[in-house]
Design a protein around this ligand. Structure first.
Ligand code: SAM
Length: 378
């Protein structure tokens, strides 16, 4: 087994949660804007892909160096040990980005990076002609920030938010990674009831269920690095077996999702069935203001509509007001709502215990948090 410098990429504002997840897997982390660095072997690559709920991708950092000229970029890329990762038949598309840097032409940076890797490979593998690139794919990125280039290889393939359960989606589904973050921030644990009164396609409820039963979010999908010769099948088998053995499929869960729109309820049910939670999560059609429960110490998490369309704002404002009124009846419940509405607290009728700025895609939102009276089940 070799040792790799790895990076788990994360949406802005979620780095600290991803760092906690990486640490929980037993690795030491360094956090930078949107990036959580750690080191590990092939098993670490497989485990990170399988287990990280909030990260976007896991990449190998091949090298990092100053790049102020194309020549410097070419020579530094060529000096990196690409043969350690890429076999002679590797197919290696290069993507790029450049921010606040002298080398701002991304197509040129990509072309130069590609050329430098080809040169290195031809020398190492003693090839005179072209490389046929008929083998497994290694997606390489050259990312230049303030004249420093970072060269990475993506080990995930499709983004880690693709868990494999989403059959259908509603109008504005949350990304699974963000939904998982909302659950983790809430400190919900499976001994407490959970409700999403604006469940849409059911993303938050599904993420809570997987978290509650300690099911690895990547258990039912494939990763691009599974096709690499040195990421052997036995590594993946061992990591999946480990995941299977520590999943707690018998953990009882009290998870309910509801939505005003019955079409959404059907979509959520379909997704739950696909994820294996068909009998575990209850989805029903209901208006948020009709919420009622005998249970105590619950956690309510949701993202109500934002009222972005003209004419919708008043309706959405009333929905929030009603929710605030209803939840007065349940003082032991904690309520967590992700919303872009700046006047959310005013509408809800209470100041939050805490709020946290988070981005839902490009929309700036706040995660409004109302902690319930101290819970017996914490
Ligand atoms: C932003 S979406 C939630 C998306 C969801 N988190 C997902 O991942 O699919 C808001 C949802 O609130 C629902 N909704 C709107 N008004 C409602 C109300 N008064 N009561 C309950 N649900 C409502 C909409 O039908 C929509 O599905």
């Amino acid at each position: 087994m070799a040792n790799y410098k790895l990076v788990a990429t994360a949406a802005m504002g979620l780095e600290a949660i991803v760092a906690q997840e990486v640490q929980a897997l037993g690795y030491t982390t360094t956090v930078e804007n949107g990036k959580v660095y750690f080191e590990g072997d092939e098993t670490a690559i497989a485990r990170a892909n399988l287990w990280l709920r909030v990260a976007d991708r896991v990449k190998i950092v091949v090298g990092q160096f100053p790049a102020k000229s194309f020549e410097q970029l070419f020579e530094s890329v060529k000096a990196l040990p690409w043969e350690k990762y890429l076999p002679v038949d590797a197919s290696f598309p290069v993507s790029g980005k450049s921010v606040k840097s002298k080398l701002f032409s991304v197509p040129d940076c990509q072309a130069i990076t590609k050329k430098a890797i080809v040169e290195r490979m031809k020398q190492h593998y003693k090839r005179l002609g072209f490389l046929d690139e008929s083998g497994a794919t290694y997606k390489i990125e050259v990312s230049i920030l303030k004249d420093v280039a970072t060269l990475t290889i993506d080990t995930s393939g499709a983004g880690l938010h693709k868990r494999g359960y989403r059959q259908a989606q509603g109008e504005a589904p949350l990304k699974e990674t963000l939904a998982a973050a909302l659950v983790q921030i809430s400190k919900w644990n499976p001994n407490r009831p959970f409700v999403d009164p604006f469940c849409g396609s059911g993303t938050i409820a599904l993420e809570a269920a997987m978290y509650g039963q300690n099911i690895a979010p990547g258990y039912n999908r494939e990763f691009i690095s599974e096709s690499w010769p040195w990421m052997k099948a036995k590594i993946w088998d061992a990591v999946r077996d480990e995941a299977d053995s520590i999943a707690n499929y018998d953990q009882p869960l009290e998870i309910i999702g509801s939505d005003i729109d019955h079409r959404m309820v059907s979509i959520a049910q379909e997704n739950a069935l696909e994820a294996g939670f068909g009998d575990i999560i209850t989805f029903k059609q209901m208006q948020a203001r009709d919420f009622t429960t005998q249970l105590t110490d619950g956690v309510m998490i949701g993202n109500p509509p934002y009222g972005e369309r003209i004419g919708d704002v008043e309706v959405v404002e009333q929905v929030i007001r009603d929710l605030g009124q209803v939840m007065k009846n349940y003082p032991t419940w904690s309520v967590y709502m992700l919303s872009s509405m700046k006047n959310f607290e005013e509408l809800y009728g209470r100041q939050t215990t805490k709020k946290r700025k988070l981005f839902n895609g490009f929309i700036e939102t706040n995660y409004y948090q109302y902690w319930g009276q101290k819970s017996k089940r914490d």
